[in-house]
Write a protein that binds this ligand. Sequence first.
Ligand SMILES: [Zn+2]
Length: 368
Amino acid sequence: MEFMSDMLSGADAGKPSLFEIVAQHKMSELLEPALRHVTSVYAQRYPRYLVRVLNWHEEVYAALMLLVERHYLHNYGGSFTEHFYGTKRVRTRKIGGDGTLTRGDVWRSLVFLVGLPLAKARLDQRYERSSGGEAARLLGGAFAQHNEPDEPAQAGWRGQVQAAWHTAARAFWRYYPHANCAYHLATALYYVAYMFDRTDYNSPWLHLLGLQVRRLSAADYRAMDARGPASSGLTAPANGTVLRAIRNMVARLLTGGLDVLRVALPLSIFFYRFLEWWYRSDFHKRVQQTPIPPAPMPPKPHPDGVDVPADRTLCPLCKAPRTNPAMAPTGYVFCYPCIHRRLVDVGTCPVTLVKADPAAIRKLYADS
Ligand SMILES: [Zn+2]
């Protein structure tokens, strides 16, 4: 693939290669399951607070990402993962300005960075719940078998609303797989076109927004350093009032927290990947293997019980070599007929005088 990166970098040094773009998209796809996993691990420990968070995971995640992505777009001109890979978004339609993002660009970017994945996740779930699996969502095979509950038709406006709802639901079943397929196809086509330099946009959404992802240049880094610490855009000039001071302090804390995420979010992915490996491999079983406890001590022979012959192949009851050896629950071995008769008649082990049931006699198949 050497020649390909040479070919691409020869054309435009500021244009990230497809491999960087794919890595970046993979990372943003991994963030959600990673955070879900971390939450579910903690939800087992603190179910009272976190189970609700887990049930609304998509929405909570979207709210968090809204905050994070807005911060990164506002301060660094790129989404969180774009900035992580040293790239930023640049306006291709320069209407005045120098290509930096406007407030409108930031909000439109957020719709596609946060809103679209959330909507798609919810629609996928809805489709999957009553169709049966990932394959059906992609191929659309199951919508024909989709069984709607036969509700009795109601009269008046309620009936009309119900009918409209059913029509909409049926259209969803019919067309969602196609829409989904088109979505994936468009993404793939843009990748191919991007690789062969047919387009400057690595996704249809960026094309729609008129934004291009470019590498950060040395000048960009110098400008970031010169500007000092990132701002949340929420701080207001101090005017001596306590309220304003508190507001600025909260804004600064929020900004600091969001900058920490640059390290914390990728770390959560590594943590997730590690846990995944840990539970899939049997490495953790080897580590957690408990040592075998020492064998239990044999019950002591009772002074009033029968003597155990020194020759262990003899039956303590008939003192003859054992025939059909069988073990009482206490661990002593006799002939099966001897011990059975004894337990039925007396109900205690003849050696230890411990209570024993005839049903608990075990036959020895390998007598030594
Ligand atoms: Zn015997």
